[in-house]
Design a protein around this ligand. Structure first.
Ligand SMILES: [Zn+2]
Length: 200
């Protein structure tokens, strides 16, 4: 309730806690890049820069409902044409989840699933390894490893959306998609808040 009259991206006053018109206008469109390997499509709300970067930071480090509900509503709108019938997420590392007390990708996925009216199923476990942040881009290409959770049985023959906050190289989503395909997923769509533009 505390933040319900502030824009979740910039903290300026905003009716109902909606993203303000200024932030809305400042969210750069996502870069027009190919979908990461193994995905049928990859949909992003915005570019991972400026306000888009701030939006992601809010999701990660401050548990503000405004930013989460805004991002989830946008992602659900982007996914409508995909006719997904299961929503899952790319889990963050267990260490980060412990420190933050939540996994922003899971919270987003749960909210997106509610909006779309489809089940949200935990399909993936992140196999512990070094965190990606702070490592050079070229070192991230291998991506994290995921294993299947029992819930992955729900993937067989289905159209699945995998939710994550940011896509940079796409290696994380590609790793997730590979496990889902192995489990028989028919169609895999990445749904991300922000996508990193091609390096200039
Ligand atoms: Zn704002």
């Amino acid at each position: 309730m505390l933040f319900d009259s502030e824009c979740p991206v910039c903290d300026r006053r905003s009716a109902g806690g909606a993203v303000c018109a200024r932030c809305e206008a400042d969210l750069a469109p996502p870069p027009a890049l190919a979908s990461p390997r193994g995905l049928d499509a990859c949909r992003a709300i915005t570019a991972y820069e400026g306000r888009g970067r701030e939006l992601v930071t809010r999701l990660k480090f401050q548990n503000r409902r405004g930013s989460l509900s805004f991002a989830a509503a946008r992602l659900a709108a982007l996914a409508r044409s995909d006719a997904v019938d299961v929503v899952t997420w790319a889990p963050t590392s267990p260490g980060r989840r412990r420190r933050r007390g939540f996994d922003q990708a899971e919270l987003l996925a749960r909210s997106v699933g509610r909006s779309l009216g489809v089940p949200v199923v935990g399909c993936l476990i992140r196999v512990p390894g070094p965190p990606q942040t702070g490592r050079h881009r070229s070192e991230r290409v291998g991506g994290p490893r995921f294993d299947a959770r029992r819930g992955i049985a729900a993937a067989s023959g289905r159209r699945i959306a995998v939710v994550d906050d940011v896509v940079t190289t796409g290696a994380t989503l590609s790793s997730a998609a590979a496990v889902l395909r192995d489990a028989g997923a028919d169609h895999v769509v990445g749904l991300v808040v922000a996508r990193t533009p091609r390096p200039r």
